[in-house]
Design a protein around this ligand. Sequence first.
Ligand SMILES: NC(=O)CC[C@H](N)C(=O)O
Length: 395
Amino acid sequence: MLPAAKPALLVLADGTTYRGWSFGAAGTTIGEVVFNTGMTGYQEVLTDPSYRGQIVTFTYPELGNTGVNTEDEESHQPHIRGAIARNISSRPSNWRSTQSLPDYLKQHHIPAIYGIDTRALTRKIRSVGAMNGGISTAILDPSELIARVQAAPSMSGLNLVQEVTTRESYEWFESTPSCWEFNPATQLQQLGDDSLMVVAIDFGVKRNILRRLASYGCRVMVVPANTPAAEILKYDPDGIFLSNGPGDPATVTEGIATTRALLSSQKPMFGICMGHQILGLSLGAATFKLKFGHRGLNQPAGLEQHVEITSQNHGFAIDPASLNEAEVEITHLNLNDQTVAGLRHKSLPLFSVQYHPEASPGPHDADYLFGQFLQAMVAYRQQRKTVIPLSESAL
Ligand SMILES: NC(=O)CC[C@H](N)C(=O)O
């Protein structure tokens, strides 16, 4: 136990109560309680905008061992509502560490509780389903906290994109630092005047996605989630990227309408996680809420011939029965529960995955998907060159 740890209370909407100690900010927080099974990467999880509105249970038994540093943030601030741990490290040790995890959480006003039997809590969420919960250092009477939790809105139907998307468009230049680069394919890509141009629609984008696009030699323009299709096309992009993001994808109606309007441009489009869901929704599919979602670093995805180990963080998924099979094919299934994990359009250059090829944290098995996006954009550009513009052919 840390010196002078304060008591804290954790409750779930179904009335379950756990008592532990605080390792974050004082106060009360309410959100959807989910679990992440990753053994590394807690700082990336804290700062991934897709976790907005959620209290994350870390199943790895000791949290905070490597502290926090200035390089592993996936956005400019943490987004989780609260953190739950079995135990925490009282002395972080890592050459990059600049702050301890408890100090970081306090600085960002995020309540957190440790001393919790996270195995029991995870089994509970797995059997009952993800539900709202609350952590408090101020309300130690369970019935009062449970009443507040029960009054909170559920994640279904919640649009959180406006809370995390960029207010202004900006160009992204940073690639994966050369000391961390793992894929020799990216070294062939040069950033030049004729480099491929990607517009990334920001539903809550993780920085490492932008870094991977830059590492593959793309110029990247990040635009707010509500940017109309006509504005996006003014950049004359070679491809459009649909980012990850928090909340219920079906509520992101502007993003879905924009994506639908962009389909006829014939431009390559690549979607990750919420971007995958939005692409599916724009093609007429439906999404539904999973019982407890997939959050971790070792989720197998693929079809019979090919399996990749993937990083995942999502609570919703595309309903396979809603897909128009004449138009779209399933390229990957989550092999733990056979839910849809990847899609490709049969005639247009559109594809998407429910998981995170950019890792951060997680394995790099799926990094090749950025290469596939690149190939689709090269093919699109060549095709544009060979098609004689109307004005010239009329001469
Ligand atoms: N990482 C993401 O983009 C998550 C997408 C969506 N919010 C979900 O939970 O399914």
